[in-house]
Design a protein around this ligand. Structure first.
Ligand code: SF4
Length: 89
């Protein structure tokens, strides 16, 4: 499962603190993910994407998250839904 916890080594090299470190990790996961590359389907995804939108390490996080296989994409990471990341994987 791709989660920001797995990305911690990459994020620790950034000079700024990830925005998600100040919020409950549960914000980034819900009962179901969006399944395609379109806009987020679920309110929880929109709330998580709002956190990512103000994150100073978004580009680093996104690049690392996209390295994971499409089948291991869950939750919102790197300012993208799982469906959006799977579409790029
Ligand atoms: S882009 Fe989102 S998931 Fe990635 S470090 Fe920032 S807040 Fe966390």
């Amino acid at each position: 499962m791709t989660s920001v916890d797995i990305l911690v080594p990459q994020l620790q090299t950034a000079r700024a603190e990830p925005a998600c470190w100040a919020v409950d990790p549960e914000v980034f996961y819900g009962p179901a993910d969006s399944t395609d590359d379109g806009p987020p389907s679920h309110p929880w995804e929109r709330r998580a994407l709002a956190v990512c939108a103000r994150c100073p390490v978004l580009q680093i996080c996104r690049a690392a998250a996209l390295e994971f296989p499409a089948s291991e994409q869950y939750g919102v990471v790197g300012g993208m839904t799982a469906g959006q990341r799977r579409a790029r994987g």
